[in-house]
Design a protein around this ligand. Sequence first.
Ligand SMILES: Nc1ncnc2c1ncn2[C@@H]1O[C@H](COP(=O)(O)OP(=O)(O)OP(=O)(O)O)[C@@H](O)[C@H]1O
Ligand SMILES: N[C@@H](CCO)C(=O)O
Length: 320
Amino acid sequence: MQLGADHVVVRVPATSANLGPGFDSLGLALALYDELDVRLVASDDVVVEVFGEGAGQVPTGADHLVVRALHHTLELVGAPLTGLRLTCSNHVPHSRGLGSSAAAVVAGVVAARALLADPHALDADAVLRIATEFEGHPDNAAPAISGGATVAWSGPGGPRAVGLELDPAITATVLVPDARLATSRARAALPASVPHEDAAYTAGRAALLVEALARRPELLLDATDDRLHQQYRAGVMAASAELLRALRAEGFAATISGAGPTVLVLTEQGQVADLDAVLAGLVDGVAGWRVLRPGIDTGGARARRLAGAPEPGTRGGTMQ
Ligand SMILES: Nc1ncnc2c1ncn2[C@@H]1O[C@H](COP(=O)(O)OP(=O)(O)OP(=O)(O)O)[C@@H](O)[C@H]1O
Ligand SMILES: N[C@@H](CCO)C(=O)O
């Protein structure tokens, strides 16, 4: 496969995975973005500049996660590997449960796709498959690719995802602590098995959540309850677990976002003032917490060619 462009820009959203009972399957894209500028250079050099989240912390050479995903994708389709200059303007907080690693990987894959002479060689399923190789589970990558709310699953043919209906009244509030937690550490806190009763309880809530998201937001509190992961992770994110408990006791559909420690609260637009009043007593002025209300992203990852061959449609792709 030949390259068809030498300069692309990419925008990819943050994501919140699990949404309570949908462990490793449900996810929601948030309008908080990493923006990247990728230029191929004539040498083999890889130079990465990072502004915002991750600056001074992530690698700045070929081992940068975006570059690894980009090179891996080019290699998969038999395209030549060249040096590049990558500039990242990041707004997705790292290691907080907002899908920063999935955003980086999806950005690398869609950037590689946009560089190809035939970007249609990789459809949205292929992007999800490659991203899942890096992530290990598809729940963040799926909404990062398509936007909106998604349910993702893996079968014999690899990972797949479908978009879910989302009531436009649903609003996402994210409570982001300063404290970081690596996904690997949160996953290590999970037990090898859970009681059948808890699995059945959680499966029922996940099914209900699909309806609550689509048409019945008044059911979000019940629908976001989980017994598979949050209780086991409380020990590695005590402050988030306590905030979650307090918000749910007040009637708000709070969940741990992804592997934590960010807390996601889903409300109807009309409940936002009530939520803010409760948050004023819980986190406002408490050192180390940021309250964000980013809106829900509906477009997913986008890549745009700035030079090279004629520009084909290089959106992150829609899923069936
Ligand atoms: N934009 C980025 N550029 C380079 N590396 C990144 C980027 N974003 C994340 N990473 C790498 O991924 C790590 C965070 O991944 P991790 O899976 O632990 O958390 P997360 O993806 O932010 O949260 P979650 O998976 O729970 O939503 C960072 O420490 C960094 O090494
Ligand atoms: N489903 C994943 C999301 C974080 O990557 C977890 O909770 O571990």
